[in-house]
Design a protein around this ligand. Structure first.
Ligand code: FAD
Length: 451
């Protein structure tokens, strides 16, 4: 690594890169770093620091997540030659079942080339004994090792900037790099290390969520959940959205809202609509879940780059409430492209990496608007009934457009950007149909025939 006459910081033959965090963002960066180094005709060394062992069950091996790999990401990965092997995919999700107080309906949208995958991030919930099961994060990290990365099972506890590099410090070693990549997720202590290195860096805003995994056995999962992700739009205080995602012999519950707490979780589990999804005679309170209250990124970081340093994934910009793994892919790849094709100075990242984060941030602003409208619908029994009726009617059609169904599909599964969803929601035909249905429901309300 050297400064050229124009003082440009670039990666060259023999450059050393230190990646802090071997979750999806760190692995996607590394994967593309090796691809781009090959394209540039240079040899590089990439060291990944990861404290978790993804072959372990429970918290020790898990990067807390609902485990939905969006259809758009499955598609992009396959284009890049990353095919998720069968032992990673616990279910191919082909539909979702919408649950509201008024009833439930299964929504099969337009058939897609790549089904959504449900995965575990580690080897499975605590106590899981599935043989040959591999987690998503472990699979990606293995891929990076096969490309030539060295994985250090060490925690980075500090870092120092020098004029000619950045040194990462662990409990047992100090190693100097030409470029350091921060892919530490939302770990507050690790983010603090980067705040110290880059004073203008402001970590993302977060809120608390809830995840639990219940063992129900293969037969129960197939019978009661099938290949469907179950989405709950219930009017329960503190909860925006709940989902039950089938995975092999387990079902994963995800609750998103404003700082979800134990009372909100109990309210959700005790609701009749939720209880009805589980096999009769099975009391959820009697199944010990593998559970946690992880943070989620709800507001992007500011200034996630400087000379020789760039932050990616959750530590930089994500996608509001969905497809965080997709955002890790987008930002990890964008940082690699910036570093190899443009340079590794602050101005290079500003020119080439920042616009990608800005695009995610703008899309999230649209997402916030969509969630505001959705929370009005969620709280109104009348509007929810209208929406539910439209969806049920669409699903009965053998032909024709499934406008409302596909809007909901993309909102819940992360298969399309929020801008695209908003644009389709403002379609005059959809709006005219919606107002007609609101008018009819208001003046001549009919009982619902459930889907
Ligand atoms: C409730 C909930 C549900 C979600 N559901 C989904 C979903 O269904 N689909 C989806 O796409 N996204 C989902 N997400 C978001 C997704 O989990 C994240 O966006 C994604 O994990 C971000 O990847 P990352 O690599 O940036 O960070 P992480 O996955 O958090 O990885 C960071 C890694 O860095 C390591 N690390 C941290 N500090 C250090 C250090 N100092 N030294 C060494 N290693 C370190 C950690 O051990 C970790 O492995 C969900 C999130 C939540 C909270």
């Amino acid at each position: 690594m050297e400064k050229s006459e124009s003082k440009k910081l670039i990666l060259k033959n023999g450059s050393r890169i230190g990646v802090v965090g071997g979750g999806p963002a760190g692995s996607f960066f590394t994967f593309f770093a090796f691809e781009l180094a090959r394209e540039k005709g240079i040899n590089i060394q990439v060291d990944i620091y990861e404290i978790k062992n993804f072959s372990k069950t429970g918290q020790a091996g898990c990067n807390h997540c609902g485990g939905i790999v969006a259809e758009s990401l499955v598609h992009r990965l396959s284009e890049d030659g990353i095919i998720l092997p069968p032992q990673i995919v616990r279910r191919g999700i082909e539909s979702y079942t919408l649950h509201v107080e008024q009833g439930s309906t299964t929504i099969n949208t337009i058939l897609h080339e790549h089904p959504i995958a449900s995965i575990f991030r580690g080897a499975g919930p605590l106590g899981s004994t599935v043989i040959n099961a591999q987690g998503f994060d472990g699979f990606l990290l293995d891929l990076c090792e096969k490309k030539g990365a060295v994985v250090f099972r060490e925690k980075v506890i500090d870092a120092e900037v020098q004029p000619d590099g950045v040194t990462l410090i662990t409990g047992s070693a100090k190693r100097k790099y030409d470029l350091v990549v921060g892919a530490v997720g939302l770990n507050p202590k690790s983010l603090h290390i980067f705040q110290k290195l880059i004073p203008p860096y402001k970590p993302p805003r977060t809120t608390r969520t809830y995840i639990s995994e219940y063992f129900l056995g293969s037969e129960n999962i197939t019978k009661h959940f099938g290949n469907s992700m179950h989405v709950f739009l219930l009017n329960l205080p503190g909860i925006k959205f709940g989902a039950l995602i089938p995975k092999g012999v387990y079902v994963t519950l995800v609750l998103l809202g404003e700082d979800v707490n134990a009372e909100a979780v109990n309210r959700f589990l005790n609701s009749e609509t939720v209880a009805n999804c589980f096999p009769a005679g099975i009391a959820l309170k009697d199944i010990p879940p593998c559970q946690c209250f992880p943070s989620i990124n709800i507001g992007s970081a500011r200034n996630p780059y400087s000379d020789r340093i760039v932050l990616i994934g959750d530590s930089a910009s994500s996608i509001l409430y969905k497809n965080g793994i997709g955002a890790a892919y987008i930002t990890g790849k964008a940082a690699a492209v910036a570093a190899f094709r443009v340079g590794i100075s602050k101005s290079d990242f500003k020119k080439s990496f920042r616009p990608v984060c800005a695009q995610l941030n703008t899309d999230n602003a649209v997402g916030k608007l969509i969630y505001s409208v959705s929370s009005i619908i969620q709280k109104s029994m009348f509007l929810k009934k209208v929406m539910f009726r439209i969806v049920v009617t669409e699903q009965k059609k053998e032909r024709g457009k499934l406008e409302m169904s596909s809007l909901l599909w993309d909102t819940f599964t992360g298969s399309a950007p929020y801008r695209n969803i908003l644009k389709r929601a403002l379609n005059p035909i959809l709006l005219a149909n919606l107002f007609r249905k609101i008018f009819t429901e208001f003046f001549t309300p009919e009982p619902l025939s459930k889907g």
